[in-house]
Structure formats: C-alpha cells, structure tokens
Design a protein around this ligand. Structure first.
Ligand SMILES: *Cc1c(COP(=O)(O)O)cnc(C)c1O
Length: 409
C-alpha cells in the first residue's frame, strides 16, 4: 500500500464556508428555489429543479416524459456512467446502446442512425463526457419532426462553454447535471434537471413534490460526508482511503433499485457562493488541461483545451493501459481507468446486450486513462504524469502528428 502524497483522480473541494452552511442546514431549510432560479439563469434554461442526485434527475425526467407515450426506448452511449442505464431501467424504460467514437467520445454517427430507425424511440441522451461537447445538431437533424426528447447528460460539464456560445446543456429539451463528489460543482451530492419546456418542468415539479423528503439521517450524513471528503481528497491524506479497498473509493456499481429523492438540505446549503466556486474550478481545470497539451503534448478530442473534468488519453493498447495504471498507482499520480467496463459488459446488463457490437466503446474501455485536472495537481505531478506516458511512447508534440493518427486523443 502506498503511503505519502497521493493524488485523487478527481476532486472538487467545497471549502469551510460551504461545509459550515451544510452543517447549519441539517436541522433547517435550505434556499431551494433561490438556487434553482440562479442556476436556471446561469445555464440558459427557463427552469431548474434540484434533486437528490444526477441519477435521480435522469430517472425523474425520463419518468415525466414517459407519461402518455407508447414509446419506451432510450438511446444512451455504450460507454458512460453506469448511473445512466440504471436511471433508464429505474424509469421502466429500455436502454438502447449507441456506440461511441473513440476519436470524439461522442455518438458514432452510423450507430446513432440505427437507433433513430427504431419506431419506439422516446429519448436520446447525448453526453458531454469529461466536458467534451457532444454534437447536438446531428441529434436534432436525425430527430426531424418526430417527438423524441433530447436529454443532454451534462453531469460532467457544469458551466463548460458550448461551441456555439452559452454553456453546455442548454440545447436539448432538458439537461441533467450532477452535484456529486468530484464533479465540476460539487455539493456533496445532488443533481438537477434544467429545461425550457414549462410543461415538462411542471410535471417534474409535481413528481418531485411527491418524493420523500430526505430525513434527518440523510441530511446529517450528507453534511458529514461533505466535510470528510473535503479532507480526504487532499494529496497528503488521500493515500489512506485510496489504500483501503474496503472503503470502495472511486468504485462504480450498477444499481437500478434506488429511490429518487428531493434535494437534500445540506447539499443545497453547500451551494452558497456556488458561482464563484464554479468559475474558479473551471479556470483551474482549463489551465491544467492547457498545460497537458502545451507541456506534455497530449491532444484532447477536438484539439482545443477545455476545462475537462478529467483529461482523457487513449493509449495504444490494453496492455499499455494496465502498465500505466499500475505504475501511476505506485507513484500516486491520480491517473484513472474511468469506468470498469463498457455498458454492454456490465454483469447485470450483459444478457440484455448479447446481440450487437459496440467496438468504439470497447476500444475506449480497453485503452482509456484519464489524467487529473483538479487544483491539487502541481508542476511536479504533471511532469511525472508526462514522463510516465512518454515512457510508454505516447507523447510527441502535437504539432508533429496528424490528429488522425494521434495515439493520444
Ligand atoms: C456522475 C454522472 C451521472 C450521475 O450523477 P450522480 O449525481 O452521481 O447520480 C450521470 N452521468 C454521468 C456522465 C456522470 O458522470
């Protein structure tokens, strides 16, 4: 077990003021509608509705869309967070996997067209994975005049600038965001639905009003976890939870049996001063991502620096990835393999997806590592990460290689 300075793969410390506000809200109410109005305005949507998690937000918005429709297929990326298929299943709908292009981390165009050929398509979930903008124009063009909802999964893209102006998550019929640990704007848990569709917003609000209000235990746990996680993500301390596998830090599991809840007061209270905190976090992640490009020569999808939640790098092979991850773990560099499998390989979902192939998602799963972009990464860490990947023959200056042949996306 490694002891000593260890970077977490992702970290979004909230600070003492937010922690104090969260503790104060264990027994009190939090300003839910004020925060919802501020966030809706910031994102460029008419309404924002806070919930207990991003996964809950997705399940609820899908459930709200379902009413009165005979359609039940929901197209999701074949490489994404396990919470996405879990929310689809929880909403009583059928996940349909669309392959992901390893060059863009967005839907594979041909696979997306096949999903649109289904007559029972209810919704499509373009995903801004890591904060890389998904192509919404293409999804809108394929939809044409059909009644298919476009729900942007912006859980990893809170506040990230959109290519055409504004911020990611503002173009679909609705978008979901996560306020979970390690996301751009963390509140120690929570999620939200943003939408311009007032009818949908009203349906969502009436559903949320019917959800159980998080009780005292949940509220106390949220405030306590917020404080503990803020402490544990510090590099001087992170070796401890990282070295204790039974804590399950950073683990991903597929859990479709959950109860969506309304917003948890301490999490909402922790949003105090959220916009300044978010802007600082975005600026830091942009600076860090820019240095990976200029100093280390890594080329992200699309080429441009963005405030990536994690900086994605595709290595040459699965063997390479295994070696890099082991060495990075030994050195405590916060390099992560992201999700343990593509969605069709999730043990509980394998039976659903026996037919079909998602080679792009498989390639990403086999070769992806992500580099930390949070505020705890310093110059020495970055040099060590650069050297580790360079030692594997991965890094040559961006200018000398074509993007087509780039082994490092
Ligand atoms: C985190 C995440 C979610 C779920 O959000 P939670 O708040 O963790 O429930 C959904 N989609 C993506 C892409 C995510 O990264």
């Amino acid at each position: 077990m490694r002891t000593g300075r260890t970077l977490p793969p992702t970290a979004a410390p909230v600070g003492a003021t937010a922690i104090a506000a969260a503790v104060g809200a264990i027994f009190a109410d939090a300003p839910v509608s004020t925060r919802e109005e501020e966030i809706a305005r910031y994102l460029g949507h008419a309404q924002a509705v806070l919930l207990s998690s991003g996964k809950a937000a997705l399940a609820v918005v899908l459930e709200a869309l379902k009413a009165g429709e005979g359609t039940r297929a929901v197209a999701i990326p074949a490489y994404t967070c396990y919470s996405v298929p879990a929310a689809v299943v929880r909403a009583g709908l059928e996940p349909v996997l669309v392959d992901v292009d390893p060059e863009t981390f967005d839907f594979d165009p041909a696979s997306l067209e096949r999903a649109f050929a289904r007559p029972d398509l209810l919704a499509v979930i373009p995903t801004h994975l890591f904060g890389i903008p998904a192509n919404i124009d293409r999804v809108q063009a394929l939809r044409g005049r059909r009644r298919i909802a476009i729900i942007e999964d912006a859980a990893q893209a809170f506040g990230v600038a959109a290519p055409g102006g504004g911020r990611l998550g503002a173009r679909g019929d609705a978008a979901i965001f996560s306020l979970g640990r390690g996301k751009h704007l963390s509140a120690g848990g929570g999620g939200l639905i943003a939408t311009r569709d007032l009818e949908l917003a009203a349906r969502v609000r009436s559903m949320v009003a019917g959800l159980p209000t998080p009780g005292l235990v949940r509220r106390a746990r949220t405030a306590l976890e917020l404080a503990i996680v803020d402490l544990l993500v510090q590099p001087s301390v992170y070796w401890l939870p990282a070295g204790l596998p039974f804590l399950g830090i950073g683990e991903t599991d597929y859990a479709p049996h959950f109860n969506p809840g309304g917003p948890v007061a301490p999490a909402v209270a922790a949003l105090e001063g959220w916009s300044a905190r978010l802007e600082r976090s975005l600026a830091g992640r942009l600076a860090q991502s820019t240095r990976y490009i200029t100093d280390c020569g890594f080329v992200p999808p699309g080429g441009a620096a963005r405030p990536f939640l994690r900086f994605p790098v595709l290595l040459d092979s699965a063997g390479e990835r295994t070696r890099v991850l082991a060495e990075a773990r030994r050195l405590g560099l916060g390099v992560s393999g992201m999700y343990p499998t593509a969605i069709h390989q999730v043990p509980e979902l394998r039976d659903r997806f026996r037919e079909g192939a998602w080679p792009g998602a498989d390639a990403i799963q086999a070769r992806l590592v992500t580099l930390p972009t949070h505020a705890y990464v310093d110059d020495r860490d970055r040099r060590a990460i650069g050297a580790l990947l360079r030692a594997r023959g991965q890094s040559t200056p961006a200018a000398t290689r074509s993007s087509r042949t780039a082994a490092v996306l």
